[in-house]
Design a protein around this ligand. Structure first.
Ligand SMILES: NC(=O)C1=CN([C@@H]2O[C@H](COP(=O)(O)OP(=O)(O)OC[C@H]3O[C@@H](n4cnc5c(N)ncnc54)[C@H](O)[C@@H]3O)[C@@H](O)[C@H]2O)C=CC1
Ligand SMILES: CC(C)CC(=O)C(=O)O
Ligand SMILES: [Mg+2]
Length: 347
């Protein structure tokens, strides 16, 4: 039986363009000949915005819906006011396609440099809620531009939204050897949202007696991510806390250049979207300095999501081998790293 992958490709802005090219290079190299790869590139981001004033229309969503999955580089450009593309494209797409599980694995691979002392064991996943919290645009401002301006940004937490992501995290914890799940929130201060999360977490925990659970306030979680990251197996948390702690998690487990993510729609009603955790990095864009590894590992998550486990394993093994040798090699460009990974997965 012939197999096929119909992929929407959104390079986006800044280094998004550079890293997605390498992700596709490795994807083409890893797929067996009987798998037909079809890609359609979309110009979302600053280019589209400057040309048309659009960020993401209903017609765009209809087109994107037809694909099996989406590969995204990054969105955000200094030529566009902050928030226009982040809200108008990225969050709009995550919400429209109900990407409520934002999956962000962190694993410190052997031989990879970390700013932490020694070589701690780091192998955990963060399940970040992706469609609620303070990112819904539920706020406003009055008396704008005056000394008396008041701005609100209200966090939205529904029992439905919290329970489904908490259940997903319990399932993932149950399937891992250590079977441990940590809820990260700030329920000592954000008592309305925090108690909703804690109550649902404790209720669902009763159905998973094999999973060990604990709770950590988000501020303390940033301490342990640096002093004792080995204590974490699976973390479940809200959209904002998850965004922040996964940049920190990336920094301690090989750097932002190797941190992958998936925006998952578990019911598969809509295509899931895979992207590096990092942004468009305008400070290094166009210089061939961006590490494409995070995008390549996001391609592995994408393949696993579509059922291509063998190919996903091959990519992860190639990245592991490449990272282990990096310390001994001179610095390489974005495309040189992509070439090396493509050779490894093909060989
Ligand atoms: N998913 C997305 O599309 C995201 C978009 N953004 C947007 O990206 C723009 C820049 O945001 P920043 O806060 O600067 O975060 P950023 O993640 O783009 O950059 C933070 C730092 O990490 C470095 N970096 C990022 N990716 C790297 C890579 N692959 N290899 C080597 N170094 C890398 C950058 O050079 C910079 O020093 C903004 O417009 C922001 O809104 C930010 C985060 C996620
Ligand atoms: C740019 C934001 C909308 C997203 C972000 O920083 C992230 O998802 O990591
Ligand atoms: Mg972020």
């Amino acid at each position: 039986m012939s197999r096929s992958i119909d992929l929407a490709v959104i390079p986006g802005d800044g280094i998004g363009q550079e890293v997605v090219a390498e992700g596709l290079k490795v994807l083409s190299a890893v797929l067996p000949q009987d798998v037909k790869l079809e890609t359609k590139e979309y110009d979302f981001g600053a280019r589209r915005y400057h040309a048309t004033g659009d960020t993401l229309t209903d017609a765009d969503l209809e087109q994107l819906k037809q694909h099996d999955a989406i590969l995204l580089g990054a969105i955000g450009d200094p030529s566009v006011p902050s928030g226009v593309l982040e809200r108008g494209f990225l969050l709009k797409l995550r919400f429209a396609f109900d990407h409520h599980v934002n999956l962000r694995p962190s694993k410190l691979l052997p031989g990879v440099a970390t700013p932490l002392a020694g070589q701690p064991e780091i192998d955990f996943i963060v399940v970040r809620e992706g469609t609620e919290g303070p990112y819904t645009g539920n706020g406003g401002t009055i008396r704008k531009g005056t000394p008396h301006e008041v701005a609100t940004e209200v966090s939205v937490n529904t029992a439905f939204g919290v329970e489904r992501v908490v259940r997903d995290a319990f399932e993932r914890a149950q399937a891992r050897p250590r079977k441990k799940l940590t809820l990260v929130h700030k329920n000592n201060v954000l008592t309305f949202a925090g108690h909703l999360w804690t109550n649902i977490f404790n209720k669902v925990a009763e159905e998973y007696p094999e999973v060990t659970t604990d709770y950590i306030h988000v501020d303390a979680a940033t301490i342990y991510l640096v002093t004792d990251p080995g204590r974490f197996d699976v973390i479940v948390t809200d959209n904002l806390f998850g965004d922040i702690i996964t940049d920190l998690a990336a920094a301690v487990s090989g750097g932002i250049g190797v941190a992958a993510s998936g925006n998952i729609n578990p019911s598969r009603e809509f295509p899931s979207m895979f992207e590096p955790v990092h942004g468009s990095a305008p400070d290094i864009a166009g210089q061939g300095k961006a590490d494409p590894t995070a995008t390549v590992l996001s391609v592995a998550l994408l393949l696993r999501h579509l059922g291509y486990d063998t190919e996903a394993d091959r990519i992860e093994q190639a990245v592991s081998a490449d990272l282990a040798e990096r310390g001994a090699l001179p610095a390489r460009s974005t495309s040189e790293i992509g070439d090396a990974l493509a050779v490894r997965v093909a060989g």
